[in-house]
Design a protein around this ligand. Structure first.
Ligand code: DC
Length: 222
């Protein structure tokens, strides 16, 4: 049985969120931003004054905190944190807490439960095609040049382009060198470089590829 899942992985600033949201609309599947789940945990760690380097306590928080990610927004223990999780404080610690295996195991279970509950989805993250849904109907590795990625982030959140480029490079380094489910293209993934391409073009390429694969194979909604 193959779930109707499109896995979209890639580094920060590659355009994953914009593209994944639009693909979800185009193919009528729900959209799940798994980075928001990790960000929700990072938010709770900072809220509780816990040292992000304290793997045991951070893992304990991940296992007990109630993070809800839905298209309308993100809540942590019932409080709306949609904007707070995008702030620089959370961004600077989220990659570190995402290296912890107990945190990742908890997130993986929550992501699989979300997809079963919603009957499939377009799921964006770092390890979706490699580890969370290796049987996804379509796996995409979305990337872009470092310069393009930094410029996009500046356009989204403002700030100094050199500082943003350095912060992205550091997150890339942590995300792709961690022991547990490092960021890399999944086997069978279509790699798309979005540098110099419009969102519409990339969305069409992914939607067309999905239409192709969903015509064949044993596909169910859940
Ligand atoms: O996509 P994002 O920038 O919101 O993700 C924030 C961090 O969460 C990212 O730097 C690494 C981590 N992450 C992860 O390890 N695995 C995922 N599937 C999604 C995000």
């Amino acid at each position: 049985m193959t779930l109707r899942v499109i896995a979209i992985d890639g580094p920060a600033g590659a355009g994953k969120s914009t593209v994944a949201r639009a693909v979800a609309r185009a193919v009528s599947l729900p959209y799940l931003d798994t980075g928001a789940m990790y960000r929700g945990v990072a938010f709770a760690v900072l809220r509780d004054g816990v040292d992000p380097a304290d793997e045991d306590r951070v893992s304990g928080i991940a296992e007990t905190v109630d993070v809800v990610v839905e298209p309308g927004g993100v809540t942590v223990d019932g409080h709306v944190v949609t904007a707070d999780i995008r702030g620089p404080e959370v961004t600077s610690v989220v990659s570190v807490i995402a290296t912890y295996s107990r945190v990742r195991a908890t997130m993986r279970a929550a992501q699989r439960a979300w997809i079963l509950a919603h009957g499939g989805g377009v799921v964006e993250g770092r390890d979706i095609g490699t580890v969370v849904f290796p049987d996804a109907l379509l796996k995409v590795f979305l990337t872009a040049s470092p310069l393009v990625r930094a410029a996009r982030r500046v356009a989204q959140v403002g700030g100094d382009v050199d500082a943003i480029a350095a912060s992205i490079a550091e997150r890339d380094r942590i995300d792709s060198t961690r022991q547990d489910s490092p960021l890399r293209p999944a086997e069978g993934a279509v790699t798309i470089d979005s540098s110099g391409r419009s969102v519409d073009e990339v969305v069409r390429e992914i939607s067309d590829a999905y239409d192709q694969v969903s015509k064949s194979g044993d596909v169910t909604r859940g």
